[in-house]
Design a protein. Structure first.
Length: 241
């Protein structure tokens, strides 16, 4: 898929800024409705607008002609985010699997960009195949469990996600320290916000039950996808330079 130039640069920036503004407004409203007032039905009207607004901003700001892989990342995150709101346990497991795919794509990015893995080219070359094998294995495992009516071990997917997330976080910290690029810093900001948001939610739901934790979770939730947008854009710029 290629982006053709129909708009001037100034018009593209205006549309991108409008999309980013929409992202923050919709995201804040959604967080208030869902996390503070626990109104799932009303949240369903706002949640589907969050990721598309960031994806549109990316479309208007990118100078890279072929951006299909990034759009795939947004698409996976979109479905993962919205399936959670349906409150169906099987869909929740599938959503976790989609998040695993999303974090795996980011892992491929950080591996490709890291100076650490430049010393071990076999990892960079073979990682797409590794990701394909892992993804296919989970799909096959899910199908087999469905055919033979065996409960799907969701802990497998959760464990894969946690391991992959921590690996991406560690490599991102290394990249931010060594490369000192804007892209690596924005990715690290996103991952830290995501980690803190999940940590605050777990602490509130299972241990402390404190409204301050809900507020902190909401606060770090807001810029997550904005940081993702900035990471992808700066990464594209560094590749094309």
């Amino acid at each position: 898929m290629e982006k053709e130039v129909y708009l001037s640069e100034s018009s593209s920036k205006k549309l991108a800024n409008a999309s980013i503004g929409l992202y923050f407004v919709v995201n804040i409203v959604y967080i208030i409705i869902y996390k503070i007032f626990n109104d799932v039905d009303l949240a369903l009207y706002f949640k589907p607008l969050i990721v598309p607004s960031i994806a549109f901003a990316h479309f208007f700001l990118t100078k890279k002609k072929n951006y299909l892989f990034n759009m795939l990342l947004y698409l996976v995150i979109y479905f993962a985010d919205n399936l959670i709101l349906l409150e169906d346990r099987s869909l929740y497991v599938f959503s976790t699997y989609l998040y695993f795919i999303a974090i795996s794509i980011l892992f491929y990015y950080v591996v490709s960009d890291s100076r650490l893995f430049k010393r071990v080219p076999i990892i960079e070359r073979n990682y797409p195949y590794f990701l394909l094998v892992i993804s296919s294995s989970v799909v096959v495992y899910k199908i087999v469990n469905f055919i033979y009516d065996i409960p799907f071990k969701e802990t497998v997917v959760v464990l894969l996600y946690v391991v992959m997330f921590l690996t991406v976080l560690i490599v991102s910290i290394y990249n931010a320290i060594k490369a000192k690029s804007k892209a690596s810093r924005f990715l690290l900001f996103m991952l830290l916000c995501l980690f803190l948001s999940d940590t605050f939610e777990v602490l509130n739901n299972y241990y402390l039950h404190n409204n301050t934790l809900i507020f902190l979770s909401c606060l770090v939730d807001v810029p997550i996808y904005y940081f993702l947008l900035r990471y992808l854009l700066h990464r594209e710029q560094s590749i094309t330079l």
